[in-house]
Design a protein around this ligand. Structure first.
Ligand code: FMN
Length: 188
């Protein structure tokens, strides 16, 4: 069984919706088990025992939410010290309001989490543009659901914006099954 741990933060539920569709995508793959935890309640044991770690954040001032960073600094850093996570799988997603026609720092928010996942030694699964739903809610780094229109009117992340996170859940689950037990970074 490949365990995919989805850790997310949310204030208004948009990122949670994306986490739920990612969860469903993982569950649809035989042999994969999704686990979903809010960043502030996430446990070190769940991280230590997972085969893939997926982070989801609202875009906050062009970066990830502080609860995600706290999770990384308090829970993941102890595992980083001992290289526990090296060779496992990592992925990210985000929700943001954007501004006008711009994504309001969504790429930076995704990259700010990817940077930390790479530091842990995870093998990152990108979001190729041929992924279903990418054209509506995708960036090459991961699913990005926009929760507001060009005038900042709050629309919330709608159903069609959840398609890419569902399919990325599948992709990450398949990659995790494929890579579980890999010896890419072995010293042998
Ligand atoms: C403190 C704060 C800062 C934010 N900064 C940004 C930002 O820089 N860019 C952006 O696109 N949206 C920004 N937003 C909007 C949220 O990212 C957006 O509403 C998101 O969908 C909320 O996700 P949630 O419902 O999971 O909390 C910000 C929201 C808050 C509360």
């Amino acid at each position: 069984m490949a365990k995919v741990l989805i850790v997310y933060a949310t204030d208004y539920g948009n990122t949670k919706k994306m986490a739920e569709s990612f969860f469903k995508g993982v569950s649809s793959v035989k042999g994969a088990e999704p686990i979903m935890q809010e960043a502030e309640k996430a446990s070190k044991e769940a991280v230590r025992d997972c085969d893939a770690l997926v982070l989801g954040t609202p875009v906050h001032m062009g970066a990830c939410d502080w609860r995600i960073k706290k999770f990384i600094d308090t829970i993941c850093s102890a595992l980083w010290m001992k290289d526990v996570m090296v060779g496992r799988v990592g992925a990210v997603f985000a929700s943001g309001s954007g501004f006008g026609n711009s994504a309001g720092g969504a790429e930076l928010a995704l990259l700010s989490m990817l940077n930390n996942l790479v530091e842990l030694g995870l093998i990152i699964i990108p979001l190729p543009k041929n992924t279903e739903g990418y054209d509506v809610a995708g960036l090459q780094w991961g699913p990005y659901g926009r929760s507001a229109g060009i005038h900042m009117e709050q629309t919330g992340v709608g159903e069609e914006q959840l398609v890419s996170s569902f399919h990325h859940g599948k992709q990450v689950a398949r990659a995790t099954l494929h890579l579980k037990g890999n010896k890419i970074f072995s010293k042998e």
